[in-house]
Design a binder for this molecule. Structure first.
Ligand SMILES: Cc1cc2nc3c(=O)[nH]c(=O)nc-3n(C[C@H](O)[C@H](O)[C@H](O)COP(=O)(O)OP(=O)(O)OC[C@H]3O[C@@H](n4cnc5c(N)ncnc54)[C@H](O)[C@@H]3O)c2cc1C
Length: 461
């Protein structure tokens, strides 16, 4: 532990709060893991007590039994899938929005594999028990089993969601199209409930299991509605946010200052982001993530947006007075995860936004690298120069493609060590577009910075 590095009272206070925060996070993580694993145990126990192993006497029974347990586990993972992105505040604070998105992607794939295994094992098992061919069994299941049509549509929707999320497909899709397909997953889960609870063979005969599964679905739905609907609606009225000012920072970067009521009650840290929804014509239906680009002062919030696509290219058309709904704050890219007094902040392009806010607020020995391709991409230059002067921050602007004006390989491990000689003793925060981040993270690792001291925010979910 680097407590010995602390050289000011703010830094000491920050590090002394850390054990309490760590204890809270460990306790929350333990509770969440216990609940998640306990549910798996109950699900497997219900399957066992329903004859999952004891009633297996042949290959047909075996396949059917495996089909049942994979179906039950896939239903459970589908509920976890919803909860991972239900914006549960304690989960968000513990794991962070971007890591939850990664887990969501992984969990979605495992869930689909289990669904497909369920379909295959059940069909093969039933066909063996009915002593008919598989195509005949498929048609029999669809014709005579209640809930089978719902299950088939639900499975189709889940397959569509996973396929459109594969990197190669998603790159070719508009975000809005991808998101619309994703929304149908909720319909898929509702159809899975119809297949499983009121009509499923396993649960119609077992009241305890049926009640247990109903409770799982109801709790998931309640948390989803509360966190994704009730809380944002309440916040919209409570904070009454509106756009107060729209300012051009450069030809393709615009800042919006947002005012409202009770903003001093908002628990937000520099480095965090919100999902912003602007209630104007043609915009109200989509929310977009933007980080705060200035430390919150209790009266207003500032975001700064680069024009890159459909929504952002028209951001400067938003009129002052437009109502705003902000979901959040989200993200663990803040001073709270810091362990060391010495810090290096690295911004790539528009990744400057959360870093600009953090520079205003962070204590300790700060160094800062701002990496852009062209001089015209540098925003907040006057503000940054002023902050550097006022707070004694070592500031480096790096402009150019890969080779800098002095012929150096920009951001190579050797270049980083030259710019910041004590780099391996610093806590490092990096934010920027995904491709730039990948390169910077590799250089930092090659410069021997331990992974645990590198904190990142990717501008992509
Ligand atoms: C945590 C986080 C913080 C961000 N902070 C900033 C910031 O401070 N300033 C800034 O300029 N940009 C920021 N971004 C990026 C910004 O959200 C996107 O550039 C913007 O949403 C693009 O919208 P578009 O319709 O104009 O572009 P499009 O061309 O439609 O999309 C470009 C890319 O942006 C992403 N995207 C598009 N719409 C959404 C959406 N509704 N929700 C999530 N992602 C979407 C997709 O990955 C897409 O491939 C941040 C992104 C994230 C994930």
């Amino acid at each position: 532990m680097d407590v010995g590095l602390v050289n000011n009272s703010q830094g000491t206070a920050m590090l002394s709060r850390r054990p309490r925060r760590l204890a809270y996070q460990t306790a929350t993580a333990s509770v969440l893991w216990t609940v998640a694993i306990a549910n798996v145990v109950v699900i497997v126990w219900l399957w066992l007590s329903g004859g999952g192993i004891s009633a297996v006497h042949g290959l047909g029974d075996f396949n059917t039994s495996v089909g049942r347990v994979t179906g039950l586990l896939s239903a459970y993972l589908a509920l976890i899938q919803v909860l991972l992105l239900a914006r549960l505040p304690w989960l968000e604070r513990l794991v962070g929005f971007d890591r939850l998105t990664v887990w969501h992607r992984l969990n979605g794939k495992v869930c689909l594999i289990l669904v497909l295994a369920h379909v295959v094992f059940i069909t093969v098992g039933y066909a063996a028990m009915d002593k008919i061919a598989i195509p005949a069994e498929v048609s029999r299941l669809l014709d005579s089993y209640p809930g089978m049509v719902a299950a088939t549509i639900g499975t189709g929707l889940m397959i569509a969601v996973v396929i459109t999320s594969l990197v190669i497909v998603r790159r070719r899709l508009q975000y809005e199209a991808w998101y619309a397909v994703h929304l149908t997953a909720y319909a898929g889960i509702a159809l899975a409930w119809v297949h499983q609870v009121p009509t499923g063979n396993e649960l119609t005969a077992n009241v305890a299991a049926s009640n247990y599964w109903t409770a799982l679905y109801v709790v998931t739905l309640a948390l989803l509605v509360f966190c994704r609907l009730a809380v944002p609606i309440f916040h919209a009225f409570w904070y009454g946010m509106r756009v107060a000012e729209v300012t051009a920072e450069s030809p393709n970067v615009v800042s919006l200052r947002i005012t409202g009521r009770n903003l001093n009650r908002l628990k937000v840290r520099p480095g965090q982001f919100f999902l912003w929804r602007f209630l104007g014509r043609g915009r109200w239906w989509a929310s977009h993530p933007f980080s705060l680009s200035a430390a919150p002062d209790g009266r207003s919030l500032r975001i700064t947006v680069k024009k890159v696509g459909d929504f952002t290219s028209r951001i400067d058309e938003i009129a002052p007075g437009t109502r705003v709904v902000a979901e959040g704050p989200f993200g663990v890219f803040t001073d709270a995860v810091r362990r060391r007094n010495r810090v290096l902040l690295v911004a790539g392009g528009i990744g400057i936004t959360p870093i600009r806010a953090m520079l205003e607020d962070m204590s300790g020995d700060l160094a800062f690298i701002y990496r852009v391709l062209r001089e015209s991409d540098l925003v907040f230059r006057d503000e940054l120069d002023q902050l550097a002067r006022d707070r004694g921050i070592a500031l480096h602007y790096l402009v150019g493609d890969h080779i800098g004006q002095a012929g150096e390989h920009l951001m190579s491990p050797a270049h980083l060590r030259r710019l910041v000689p004590d780099i391996i003793e610093r806590e490092i925060y990096v934010c920027g577009p995904p491709a730039m981040m990948q390169f910077i993270e590799k250089s930092l690792r090659d410069a021997d910075v331990p992974r645990k001291h590198i904190h990142t925010e990717r501008f992509a979910l």
